[in-house]
Design a protein around this ligand. Structure first.
Ligand code: HEC
Length: 174
């Protein structure tokens, strides 16, 4: 008892200092934040005719503190809704009066977040700093996607904090 007591005190202090919110997590462990639809938009109506999709990307308020040229702060969360683009009866992608693709069914909700110590369970070659990834179906169930593919495709963006639309976001940020 006498020997374990200081260790207990230390871990209690670490918990208080770190808080439970930053418990190290890995891919698939990030939940869909309940209030994300009230968050600022990172980018809206991202046009992906190649994938026959339209995407809405939200960022949590903490993420808006990021400055061009720097990384996103710890505690950043992104939520990306992937919608099927509406197809007309001739099989072509439909466009609205604004010339943009029209959103049809929601296919997936992707979540991406960073905090110190997160994502360290990933193989070293696939580490994306301290970002972790998760995929959900519209029902809220986990998506069937292999989360290693998220890492592999975001990895080349290391110089932009692994965020694909980094330049586009800062170019239009007011
Ligand atoms: C084949 C490459 C590729 C894969 C695989 C991929 N992404 Fe992305 N991701 C992108 C691109 C490109 C964008 C920019 C938006 C767009 O063009 O659709 C993006 C954007 C994002 C964003 C918005 C922030 C940003 O980087 O601009 C999130 C969040 C995201 N992806 C999460 C995921 C998750 C979660 C997975 C795995 C389930 C995943 N991605 C798999 C290429 C990929």
């Amino acid at each position: 008892m006498l020997r374990t007591f200081p260790a207990l005190l230390l871990s209690a202090a670490a918990l208080l200092a770190g808080g439970c919110a930053t418990r190290p997590i890995n891919d698939g462990e990030l939940a869909v934040p309940a209030d994300y639809k009230s968050w600022p938009k990172f980018l809206s109506a991202v046009q992906r005719p190649d994938a026959k999709q339209v995407r809405e990307i939200y960022m949590n308020p903490a993420a808006t503190q990021a400055k061009a040229g720097g990384p996103f702060p710890d505690g950043t969360l992104f939520v990306m809704e992937n919608y099927a683009a509406l197809e007309s009866t001739d099989g072509k992608l439909a466009t609205g009066a604004d010339g943009k693709l029209v959103k049809a069914d929601l296919l997936r909700v992707f979540v991406m977040g960073k905090n110190p110590g997160w994502g360290q369970g990933a193989p070293e070659a696939l580490r994306n700093g301290s970002w972790v990834y998760a995929s959900y179906l519209p029902s809220g169930e986990k998506g069937p996607d292999d989360l290693a593919t998220c890492r592999a495709c975001h990895l080349p963006q290391a110089g932009k904090d692994f965020v694909h639309r980094y330049d586009e976001y800062f170019a239009q940020k007011k």
